[in-house]
Design a protein around this ligand. Structure first.
Ligand code: PLP
Length: 443
């Protein structure tokens, strides 16, 4: 009997009691390799002594001071750290408690920016189908995950969606990468023109799409074209790097590899590595200036924004990332993971695609590899893979609805940045066994 309303009411969940390095342990003493960092959160693994020490020190000094009355040393330091390595033009930080809050704040910043500038007619947000930006109402409305949105539709603000840049499903036979990037990005310009060139506030996209389609990176030049279209119509570019950011792809920000910078960027998960709930919006100097020389404030706020304990976790995690040169390990282990996945699944009849960047990799499961036909969603293959993986002491992040919110299955991997080659070999071996056992169970 539980008094918790769990995510799935009838699920029998093991009780997590401890974590160390890349593993979590349940109450029976069983170990699980955390190959998904939960949901791409635990970038330093579990129980990192230096993060724990920093949290103890902050707690001994001060746990909380409301940001309407005070700033705090630790929040100021975290902002300095984040801006030091921010994409070009981003020079202020708004600290919140997670990814959805970051997306809500970014949407409101974008709207207020145009109010400050006297362009009050701008009201439309464009995002992409098969994306996830969070579960609060504004973020849910922005996301293009039909399954998550459908029952709440009557409560959602109006938003507009274009196709994702998803080469495995949308690039046509014989179409060059360049032609596909141009065609995919053109959808944004078409949508802006349909709504009115001076009516759109922002375009929102995950730089590398995470939970909804499973670690799908953009094709070369896609985001350069998107950036140019946004600039042409004065539309703000909001990149949601809540999942793919803060080192996950091998560079601190995923968009560094696309050669562009957004006007607003949301980060969370890997920012605090799960040691505290923390998220942030990084905003451009132009947006900050519009607020500073206009109304003088951003009309928003939460009780726990800039929480000193959350900031202490973010600061410690980011300092360790830098001190220990972990981005280099993400690049090296990312290539190893990619190579091992290709060896294990490259010729697998039921694996249609292997994709990703750095330690953010996904495989897409298909019924028939030659036609890319998905499995019948009623078989719930993704749930079977999760169960079989857990039985083998492996946490991965499988999801369904990969293609259109209803059909398709994929498995997302996002192991901690501290993994070594041997860890990765074990992860791929267990995943291979879990996938084969899941498919065998539906034959
Ligand atoms: N944005 C992206 C890209 C995400 O992947 C997520 C969570 O998975 C969110 C936003 C929402 O973050 P949170 O669950 O911390 O509210």
């Amino acid at each position: 009997m539980t008094h918790l309303l769990h995510r799935a009411i009838h699920a029998q969940l093991p009780v997590a009691v401890a974590g160390k390095g890349i593993e979590l342990f349940d109450a029976d003493g069983k170990a699980y390799i955390d190959a998904s960092g939960g949901a791409a959160v635990s970038c330093l693994g579990h129980g990192h002594p230096d993060v724990i020490k920093a949290l103890h020190e902050q707690l001994d000094k001060m746990a909380y001071a409301h940001t309407g009355f005070f700033t705090s040393e630790v929040a100021e330091k975290l902002a300095d750290r984040l801006i030091e390595d921010a994409p070009a033009g981003l020079d202020h930080v708004y600290l919140v408690s997670g990814g959805s809050e970051a997306v809500e704040a970014a949407l409101k910043m974008a709207r207020q920016y145009f109010v400050e500038k006297g362009e009050t007619q701008r009201r439309h947000v464009i995002a992409r189908r098969q994306s996830y930006h969070g579960n609060t109402l504004g973020a849910l409305a922005t996301g293009g995950n039909e399954w998550r949105r459908s029952q709440f539709k009557p409560l959602l603000i109006e938003t507009h969606h274009i196709d994702p840049c998803y080469a495995y499903r949308f690039q046509t036979e014989g179409e060059s990468d360049e032609a596909y990037a141009a065609r995919a990005a053109q959808q944004l310009e078409d949508k802006i023109l349909e709504l009115g060139g001076d009516q759109v506030i922002a375009f929102v996209a995950e730089t590398v799409v995470g939970a909804t389609i499973g670690a799908v990176p953009p094709i070369a030049d896609y985001f350069k074209r998107i950036r140019a279209i946004c600039d042409k119509y004065g539309v703000l570019l909001i990149l949601d790097e809540v999942m793919c950011g803060m080192g996950r792809t091998g560079t601190l920000h995923a968009c560094e590899q696309d050669g562009i910078a957004p006007d607003l960027m949301t980060i969370a998960k890997g920012l605090g590595g799960g040691y505290q709930p923390v998220g942030a919006v990084l905003l451009s100097g132009a947006i900050f200036e519009a607020f500073a020389s206009g109304s003088g404030f951003f009309q928003h706020g939460h009780t726990y924004m800039g929480h000193p304990m959350a900031a202490a976790a973010g600061l410690a995690v980011q300092e360790i990332l830098k001190r220990d040169g972990l981005l280099a390990n993400v690049v090296e282990m990312g290539s190893h993971l990619e190579a091992r996945l290709s060896e294990r699944f490259g010729n697998h009849y039921h694996v249609g695609d292997i994709r990703g960047r750095g330690l953010f990799q996904g495989i897409e499961l298909v019924h028939d590899r030659s036609t890319k036909t998905p499995f019948d969603p009623a078989l719930k293959l993704n749930a079977r893979v999760k169960k079989e993986a857990m039985a083998r002491g492996l946490m991965v992040y499988p999801m369904g609805g990969t293609i259109d919110g209803k059909t398709g299955d994929h498995v997302l991997m996002a192991p901690p940045f501290i993994v070594n080659k041997q860890n990765i070999d074990t992860i791929v071996e267990r995943l291979g066994d879990a996938v084969d056992a899941s498919i065998a169970s539906i034959r």
